[in-house]
Write a protein that binds this ligand. Structure first.
Ligand code: ADP
Length: 221
């Protein structure tokens, strides 16, 4: 009855994080059941989500009634109420929901959620803070660390790389980074090749070790 390939998801907590997540999935054609104990929030998202329910997710009976145990995926988007977040996650684990994403507000909160059995823990404020640190301190237009020590960064095409093919610039040997895509002014991103020539005003996405990506961006002054 519970299929992993189904585009169905239970989202518990329709605060800023949970509602953004739920709306984005609904826009992408997912069947979303949104749950919150706050009637006002449930009302707000009733039209945009497939199903919405006013319920307390720490109440096992209430969870069963909405069929929580029949979901292959769930998101626990309760951040500030630590006890509710942990208890809800634990109930979903006991019900056998196979793919639980839980939002944590601190590393300690995240560790507890993992111990309780959450399959994925996200720390949105913490992660976004780190990400913005890379943006404010350097020359990066966008930045994402894919895992510890490996990152993607978006920068303006640096002067020293203009007018020659990427192969000729030897950017990979010199900086340890790979230019993966290029965006001409007014166009959209396309993948880069060794023959790609950068022009003034282009934007590029580079991939590499976090330190190398940072060093590359820093060198472009
Ligand atoms: P955000 O920072 O994303 O807005 P919050 O932690 O402030 O996150 O919001 C979490 C949401 O979860 C709130 O809308 C709150 O009503 C809801 N919530 C908290 N505890 C429960 C619970 N036991 N059952 C259902 N919803 C809950």
């Amino acid at each position: 009855e519970r299929r992993d390939d189904e585009k169905r998801i239970l989202v518990i907590g329709l605060g800023r994080f949970g509602s953004s997540l739920a709306l984005e999935l609904a826009r992408r054609g997912w069947e979303v059941l949104g749950m919150d104990s706050n009637p006002r929030l449930v009302q707000t998202y009733a039209d945009a989500l497939t199903h919405t329910v006013i319920a307390d997710s720490t109440d096992e009976e209430a969870l069963r009634q909405v069929g929580a145990h029949q979901f292959a995926r769930a998101v626990v988007a309760i951040g500030t109420h630590l006890e509710e977040s942990i208890l809800t996650t634990s109930l979903l684990v006991d019900m056998g929901v196979g793919n639980i994403w839980a939002k944590a507000t601190s590393r300690r909160h995240g560790r507890i959620l993992e111990q309780v059995g959450a399959h994925h823990v996200v720390l949105p404020e913490h992660d976004m803070g780190e990400r913005v640190a890379h943006l404010v301190s350097g020359r990066m237009l966008d930045y994402v660390e894919l895992e510890e020590g490996f990152a993607l960064g978006k920068t303006k095409a640096p002067k020293e790389l203009l007018g020659r093919t990427l192969q000729e610039t030897r950017v990979r040997q010199r900086y340890g980074i790979t230019v993966v895509s290029v965006k001409r002014v007014g166009a959209s991103f396309t993948y880069a090749t060794q023959e790609t020539i950068l022009h003034k005003g282009d934007q590029i996405v580079v991939a590499g070790r976090t330190d190398d990506v940072e060093r590359f961006a820093e060198s472009q002054r």
